[in-house]
Design a protein around this ligand. Structure first.
Ligand SMILES: Nc1ncnc2c1ncn2[C@@H]1O[C@H](COP(=O)(O)OP(=O)(O)OP(=O)(O)O)[C@@H](O)[C@H]1O
Ligand SMILES: O=P(O)(O)OC[C@@]1(O)O[C@H](CO)[C@@H](O)[C@@H]1O
Length: 304
C-alpha cells in the first residue's frame, strides 16, 4: 500500500482574474475549490491512476470536512488525525501570471504528532510512505526524518517531496525517492541550477548521501532521474500550461504508479513526467486517459 502524509493540507481556492490590480477591488470571473496539500494531491492522482493508497496527516474544522468529503467522492482512502482546528485555505490567483498565498498551519500537539508517528510505524516492506509539502511551524523540522527512520527500521520505502529545512534535515537519511524541483535542489546546495547537467551533478550528491533515486523536475525544460548507477533525462510534452498547482506532486504519483504497474524505473520516470504535464495542462489534476496520451510524447534517454 502507498501512504501519503500531508501535515498541512489546504483547500486550494483558485481565482481567475483577467488583470490583477494591487490595492484595488478585483472581481474574479471564475473560481474553484479543490482539496489540496501536496500529499493529498499525490493521493488523488494515484487514485485516478487506479493505485490504491491511504492519505494520512492532520485535518480539522469545516475546511477539513470539505477535504474529507472530496476524498470520499474520489474514493481516496484516508486516516487523518483530527486537529479540531480549521484547516487552511490557500489562495491561488491566476491572472497574467500565477500568484499564491498559502495560509499558516495549525498548532499540532506533541500527542497528535506521536499518533501520526505511530501510524507510520505500522508500515512494512511492501509499503511506500510519501511525505510531501512544508512542515508547519508548530512541528519540528525533523519529523520527516523521524518518519524515515521508522520506515528504514521496517524496510518500508520512504519518498519525500519537500524543500528548505525539511529537505535539508533528510540529507544523510536512507530514502527511496527525493523529488525536488531544480530551484529547491539549488537552494539546498546554495547555488543556482540552470541546466540538466548541473541538476544531475547535484542529484548525484544526494544519491551518495543515501537517496536511492532522485528526480529533479525542471518545469517546461524537462526532468532528470539519477539512480545509484544511472542517470536519465526526459523531455516534457508540448501543451498549454493551465495550472502548475500539483504538477510536481503528480510527477511523484506517476512515477510510483508506473513503478507499481511495470517495475521498470525508466518507464516509471516517463510516466511520472507525463503525469506532471497532464496536471500542468489541466484545470484540476491529471486524469489517467490524459497521462496515457501524453506518455507517447515523453522520451527518456540514458545519459550514463
Ligand atoms: N511548461 C511546461 N510544459 C510541460 N510540462 C510542464 C511544464 N511545466 C511543468 N510541467 C510538468 O510539471 C512537472 C513539474 O513541474 P515543476 O518542475 O515546475 O515542479 P514543481 O515546482 O515541483 O511543481 P509544483 O508547481 O507542483 O510545485 C514537470 O516535470 C512537467 O512534467
Ligand atoms: O505550503 P506547502 O505545503 O509547501 O504547499 C501547499 C500547496 O501549495 O502545495 C500544493 C501543490 O503542490 C497545493 O495543493 C497546496 O496549496
Amino acid at each position: 500500500m502507498i501512504y501519503t502524509v500531508t501535515l498541512n493540507p489546504s483547500i486550494d481556492y483558485i481565482l481567475h482574474v483577467d488583470t490583477f490590480y494591487e490595492g484595488d477591488l478585483n472581481r474574479a470571473n471564475e473560481a474553484a475549490y479543490y482539496p489540496g496539500g501536496k500529499g493529498i494531491n499525490v493521493s488523488r492522482v494515484l487514485s485516478r491512476l487506479d493505485i490504491p493508497n491511504t492519505a494520512l496527516g492532520f485535518l480539522g474544522g469545516f475546511t477539513g470536512q470539505f477535504i474529507l468529503d472530496a476524498l470520499e467522492k474520489e474514493t481516496v482512502q484516508h486516516q487523518f488525525i483530527d486537529t479540531q482546528q480549521t484547516t487552511r485555505i490557500n489562495v491561488k490567483l491566476k491572472s497574467s501570471s500565477e500568484s499564491e498565498i498559502n495560509g499558516p498551519g495549525p498548532d499540532i500537539s506533541k500527542e497528535k504528532q506521536a499518533n501520526l508517528l505511530q501510524q507510520v510505524g505500522q508500515l512494512n516492506k511492501d509499503d511506500y510512505l510519501v511525505v510531501a509539502g512544508s512542515i508547519p511551524k508548530a512541528i519540528p523540522v525533523t519529523l520527516y526524518q523521524e518518519m524515515a527512520a521508522r520506515c528504514e527500521q521496517n524496510e518500508a520505502h520512504f519518498v519525500a517531496d519537500t524543500s528548505g529545512k525539511a529537505l535539508e534535515a533528510l540529507i544523510g537519511t536512507k530514502t527511496f525517492l527525493l523529488k525536488p524541483n531544480h530551484h529547491e535542489l539549488g537552494q539546498l546546495f546554495e547555488t543556482e541550477i540552470s541546466s540538466k547537467e548541473e541538476a544531475a551533478y547535484f542529484a548525484r550528491k544526494l544519491v551518495k548521501k543515501g537517496a536511492k533515486n532522485v528526480i529533479v523536475s525542471m518545469g517546461g525544460e524537462g526532468a532528470i532521474l539519477v539512480t545509484e548507477d544511472k542517470a536519465y533525462v526526459a523531455n516534457v510534452p508540448k501543451g498549454t500550461v493551465k495550472n502548475s498547482v500539483g504538477a510536481g506532486d503528480s510527477v511523484v504519483s506517476g512515477f510510483l504508479a508506473g513503478l507499481v504497474k511495470t517495475n521498470d524505473i525508466k518507464e516509471a520516470f516517463a510516466y511520472g513526467v507525463a503525469a506532471g504535464s497532464a496536471t500542468a495542462f489541466s484545470d484540476d489534476l491529471a486524469t489517467e486517459a490524459f497521462v496515457e496520451e501524453l506518455r507517447q510524447q515523453v522520451n527518456v534517454e540514458t545519459v550514463n
